[in-house]
Design a protein around this ligand. Sequence first.
Ligand code: PEP
Length: 250
Amino acid sequence: MRRNLVVGNWKMKINQQSAQKLIGEIIAGLPSEDADIVVCPPYVYIPEVSQRLEGTTIGLGAQNVATHSEGAYTGEIAAVMLKDFSCKYAIVGHSERRANYADTDETVAQRFKQALDADIIPVLAIGELLEEREQGVTFDVVAKQLNAVIDFAGIDSFQNAVIAYEPVWAIGTGLTASAEQAQEVHQYIRQLLAGKNQQIAEKIQILYGGSVKPQNAQALFAMPDIDGALVGGDSLNADSFLKIYSSFQK
Ligand code: PEP
């Protein structure tokens, strides 16, 4: 049986003081059982959040990772550097990076592989734009994004990966895909993987992302192919984030 996972993406919406406060509140509020919960601070706060998380079961993630392991790549952070600070996860292919920083299916695939090579679990974000949904090509879009990574890194690499289905029109907009809309795409993604490797398809966690809140988490969680959430806005409030986490516990 798959365990549910809740990942918080703090984006660039936090400073040193608020990051310390937030992580303190999450640690204090988390039930003591083994937690499948991850926070992804901005790079510069990773060392101190990493320290705070020592001795807890909260995982640490990065919001991105470089396409190469070392070299003349000014401003980039390699996966091996993140590993030095006990990062267990890295988001790759977030729509904000695809839209604003020219990430392509190819560079996302490179980032995915870099993370894996450094023993970091990539959280591969895929999802359609509003116009693509309206044109009825949602499945084609997610298949293209996913197949690009499968072709580059191989299906076996998904043994140690997480997928986040994030319809772009639902990110930071307050619009959420209905639980049924999300389930339909999650099921499609799982079937696509099953066509290549049944065991991986059954095991892989597919998270939903896009304005997840305590009010809609329960309905999403009830869907058979939704195994957790990637949360932006509501991960910046410990109370909301922990409520979402609790909704996703089986
Ligand atoms: C995200 O950043 O991946 C995200 C889903 O953001 P929000 O929850 O704010 O829509």
